[in-house]
Every structure is written in C-alpha cells, then in structure tokens.
Design a protein around this ligand. Structure first.
Ligand code: SAM
Length: 356
C-alpha cells in the first residue's frame, strides 16, 4: 500500500460502483502533485534513474533535432518569429541540448510549476532565448517546430479485455487494501465508440489499451495557434500490431530501476507506468483536423537521415574522443538492437490556416 492507494480508495469509495477506471488510476499514479511519479519534481532519467530515453543517451539527439529545426526554419522562409516548442521537457535536458546546438528561440509547454522551476535552473545560460507556456491553448500564433520525446506514452490509458466475444473494460477496485482489476462495462460512450472500431475475432482475454488522453492531446495540438511541423518520437505500434498474438497481454508496463513488468497496480506512484502509442489513431486524429503526415518510420531511419551530413563530414579524419562519444550515441539512437527500431517518429505538417 502506498499513500496514493489511500487517496485512490477514498475516490473509489465515493464512486457508486466502488471502482475507478484504470485511466484515472494511471493519471493520479503519474501526476498527483505530491504522490504521483511525475508530481513533485523531475526524477533522474538514465543510468541513475528508472529508464533510459533518447535524451539520456547524450547530447547528439538534441543536436540532430536542432538541425531539423534549422531545416524547418529555412524551408519556411526563415520567418523572424520562428521557434522550437517542446512539451514533456522534464528536467530541460533536451531543451538544453537543442539550445546549445542552434541559435533559435525555444518555448516549453509545461503545466507543472515545479518542473518549470527545474527547467529555469537547468536553462539559466539561455534565459534570453527560452520562455514558458502552461498549456497548448496558450501558445501564441507563430511558425514552429514542435518537439516531444516519449510524451504520449506517458498519458493515461483505459484498459480493455476481449471477453466472450465483446470488449469489456478493466476497472480498478480495492479488496483488503489491495488494488485489483474487475471486468465491467465500458465506462463512456466515447470508449464504446473506440471499442466499436476494434476487431472481434480475437482469442479470449486479449488486452488492449485505449489512449483517449493522447487523442485529446493531438486535438489540442491541432487547435493550437502554431503552424509548421510537429515531431513526435515514442515507442508505439500501428493499430493492427496491437492484435498480434505476442501482444495478447497488452503493452502496459511499469518501470522501476531499469526493470519492467506488468504488475501495474503495485507501488502506485513509485513506478513509471507506460503503454505503447497507437500511431494509427494518433495520425488519423491529426488528419481529421487537417494535419498531414510527412514521415512515419522507425527512429533509426529518421535520425539516420538527419545525421547523414554530420557523418559525411567525419570522412577520413580519425575521430577524437568527443567525436567517438557522439558516434556511440548515434549507434544507440539508430541501431535496430537499441532505440532505432523500438522507437518510431511521426512528423506532421500543420498548415497556417488551421491556426485561427
Ligand atoms: C517518459 S518522460 C520523458 C521525458 C523526456 N522528454 C525524455 O525523453 O527524457 C514523460 C514526461 O512527460 C511529461 N508530461 C506528461 N504530460 C505532460 C503534459 N501534458 N505537458 C507537459 N509535460 C507532460 C512528464 O512530466 C514527464 O516529464
């Protein structure tokens, strides 16, 4: 039992059915301001934390994305008000790496004041080029490259299970102080709409996560006043891949000290919880709001192309120690055995006329 269990039990007790959706449990387990995993302050990511990300691999990722921002700026005709926008900036490391590698201004979308304070401290050297906004709705109208790394996978998901020929929802209830899953009807019309799109020829017990929050986020991004390009890097799948036999148990995982498992109701608030992004639904939602897909591919391919000019510039010269370190980072980011294949990039174009 954690403090968060007590908070959740109180909320479930007030519910007429005595239970919560898993999406609500995940929302509080990750974002409760005092007891959520991401609530009080940015945790260490990397060797000393619970998991690695492309950002924690080193500064090369930020350098490559700064190059993408400069190219976007050039292709948009070098508009004066152009900026990089990052959401899910955590401790500001990726922002730091991008600002170090280019002269463009950067704006962070960050709702958590404690994270904003940590980012302010991390980015003190760049204070004339960084600004903050609490939400996507408050972004000013400007040409931009929007960047996020591992953001939608950290958004709450509803849990569905295929039972006796229909999709049912796994709710969370507490028995003897212990959180358990209980199968029940789908909790909203919207969820029923999403479930109606899913196949019904699956083996009994197949699990599937539905990320309504990620779809809401894409809608908010599409409604925001910015225009330009949107870069999303995350682990995720095409929708049909969620239904393969090896995904029968779903993709929801908890992470702690570089170990992952499916005991997602244990140690709530002390572990990261994450589910694969459904890139099909994300791109469909973007398209329904007038955004178009410029690229959708494995991260290794996308970053491999971004890094091509840099690699060519090294030809012939024996690499010094700093270059060797960057080459190791390039390998980590692009090799299929590391982050190159498990992560995917979705690059969207958001036209100006949507902004008004
Ligand atoms: C898995 S971590 C990734 C951190 C960092 N981008 C990286 O790749 O190392 C997910 C981050 O997304 C942040 N996040 C989740 N929802 C957010 C939102 N609506 N706005 C801003 N950040 C959010 C969390 O606070 C957390 O810092």
């Amino acid at each position: 039992m954690t403090i968060l269990d007590d908070i959740l039990i109180a909320e479930a007790t007030a519910d007429p059915d005595g239970r919560l959706t898993f999406a609500r449990v995940m929302e509080l387990a990750l974002y409760h301001p005092e007891h959520g995993y991401y609530g009080p302050a940015p945790r260490r990511i990397g060797r000393a934390g619970d998991f690695f990300t492309a950002v924690s691999a080193g500064q090369l990722y930020g350098r490559l994305l700064a190059g993408l921002a400069e190219r976007t700026w050039n292709e948009m005709g070098k508009p004066g008000e152009f900026c990089i926008i990052e959401q899910g900036a955590h401790d500001g490391q990726l922002a730091h790496d991008m600002l170090s590698a280019c002269g463009l201004p950067l704006r962070i979308v960050e709702p958590n004041p404690r994270y904003q304070a940590a980012q302010h401290a991390r980015l003190a050297d760049f204070q004339d080029r960084v600004s903050w906004t609490d939400s996507l709705g408050e972004l000013p109208p400007c040409p931009a490259l929007f960047v996020c790394n591992e953001l939608p996978d950290a958004m709450p998901v509803h849990l569905l299970r295929f039972e006796s020929g229909e999709w049912r929802e796994l709710h969370v209830a507490w028995e003897g102080g212990r959180a358990i899953f209980k199968s029940g009807p789908l909790s909203s019309g919207r969820l029923r709409g999403e479930a109606a799109r899913l196949p019904v020829n699956l083996p009994e017990g197949h699990m599937m996560e539905i990320g309504l929050a990620a779809l809401d986020w894409m809608e908010a991004l599409a409604r925001s006043a910015i225009h330009g390009r949107i870069f999303i890097a995350d682990y995720g799948l095409d929708e049909e891949e969620f239904f393969s036999p090896e995904r029968a148990g779903g993709t929801l995982r908890r992470y702690h000290s570089h170990q992952s498992d499916d005991r997602v109701l244990e140690d709530l608030g002390r572990c990261d919880l994450t589910a694969h992004v459904n890139f099909t639904r994300l791109a469909e939602t973007a398209a329904s709001r007038g955004l178009s897909t410029l690229a959708y591919e494995h991260q290794g391919r996308f970053l491999g192309r971004l890094g091509m000019n840099w690699l060519r510039s090294l030809d012939g010269a024996p690499p010094d120690a700093a270059t060797q370190a960057l080459l190791r980072q390039y390998h980590t980011l692009t090799h299929p055995a590391f982050l190159g294949r498990s992560f995917r990039v979705l690059l969207l174009e958001k036209p100006r006329q949507l902004a008004s």
